[in-house]
Structures are given as C-alpha cells and as structure tokens.
Ligand binder design. Structure first.
Ligand code: CA
Length: 220
C-alpha cells in the first residue's frame, strides 16, 4: 500500500514516514501543497495524509482541487486543534476523515487501516476477549454482538489492552502506546480514560493493579 504524506513540518513528516515504513507501507512525502497536489494527481496512491497548514497551497485547497479533478483517493486530513471547525472539514472538502494534532501513532494507524482498501486477507485480524471484539479495519467494537461507540483514543487504548490480555500494563507503557510524546498528559489522564472505557465495555474486564497499572482479564 502506497501513501502520500503532505506535511511541511519535517520533524513530524519524518517520524510519520519512519513509523509507517515499519508497518510496511510505502510512503512518499511532499513538503508543500502544490507539490503534494502534483504528486497526488500524477502518481497512484492508496491514501493521502494531508496537513492543512501548508506553504504554497493549503490543505483544504489541495483536497478540493483533487476532488474537483475527479481523484477519489481516500484523504485523511491532519488539523491542529481549533484550526478549522470539524463540520467545515466534513462538509466542504471531500476528505474522508481527519485527525486532530497531537495524535498518537496508534491512532493514526487505526485511521489508516479504516480508510485503506487493502484486500481482506491482509487486513489486521479482529481482536477478541470475553465477548468483546475489536475490528481494526472497520474501527468497530462490539460487546456480545452489540456495537459500542468509542472515541478514537478510547479505541486505541482498548486495542492496546486487547493485544496484551492478562498482562499487567504500567501507566507508562499505556501512555507510550496510546498517546504521542507531546500530548498533554495529566497525572490522572490514563485513569480517566480507563474509567470511561469501563463504563462503556462493562466494569469487570479491566482490573486496577494498585501501584503497578492495569490488566485486561477475567477476575483472577
Ligand atoms: Ca503544517
């Protein structure tokens, strides 16, 4: 799968490119809107990750121009918090999804998987535990067949827990997998997210191991 990343902040684009390449995606980078548009309209990509604040041509314009020119490549927009109202992005640009900075890499991957049109057999498999299922490709979580609505951060947190059933995960491990390095993490952030997740998936699956962290498991 080939991805075009249009992001002018070199530090961010380098780290996203590196991370995606480790996940076996092929990644091209453009550092301004015009060269992004040129690449997107001449090369064949499966997905475009598009920052909004870009030199030469801004991301919204790039997105609109591509759609007007008949390109249907899925577009994932990156926005800084408060930069553009959500509904403006949703309604006017033809983008498929957007992600607010700062985001964790896990969160970005989940969105990419949800948007990617990879053949079924190469999709990451559904995670399951005690009646709970999480499908990384469709971004869906179910409890005993009933759909549960999670925020993207809650989804990343649950995905990490489901990948490590019965293991004690420290708060620091959770933070490094679910939050990125410049997120605003308060001392009780993880606790708050765990509490919300318990409320949504049922309280008996996530155990607090006092002084250590959390464990997804049965009541052992
Ligand atoms: Ca930018």
């Amino acid at each position: 799968m080939r991805i075009l990343l249009v992001e002018d902040e070199h530090r961010i684009s380098a780290s996203i490119k590196k991370g995606l390449e480790q996940e076996r995606y092929a990644v091209d980078v453009a550092f301004d809107g015009q060269s992004g548009y040129d690449l997107a309209s001449t090369e064949d990509y499966d997905l475009i990750i598009l920052d909004l604040m870009l030199p030469v041509l801004d991301g919204l314009t790039v997105c609109k121009k591509l759609r007007n020119a008949g390109f249907h490549t899925p577009i994932l927009i990156l926005t800084a918090r408060g930069q553009v109202q959500d509904k403006v992005i949703g309604l006017n640009t033809g983008a498929d999804d957007y992600l607010t900075k700062p985001f964790s890499f896990e969160e970005l991957l989940a969105r990419i998987r949800a948007l990617s049109r990879r053949p079924k057999q190469s999709l990451p498999s559904t995670l399951e535990f005690a009646g709970l299922t999480l499908d990384p490709s469709s971004f869906q979580v179910k409890k005993n067949g009933q759909k549960i609505d999670l925020t993207s951060r809650e989804f990343s947190l649950l995905e990490y827990l489901l990948k490590n059933p019965q293991k004690i995960l420290t708060r620091d491990q959770i933070i490094s997998h679910v939050w990125n390095y410049d997120s605003d993490i308060l001392p009780n952030t993880v606790e708050v997210y765990i509490r919300n997740l318990r409320r949504k998936i049922g309280g008996s699956l996530i155990h607090t191991i006092r002084g250590f962290g959390y464990r997804l498991g049965d009541s052992r």
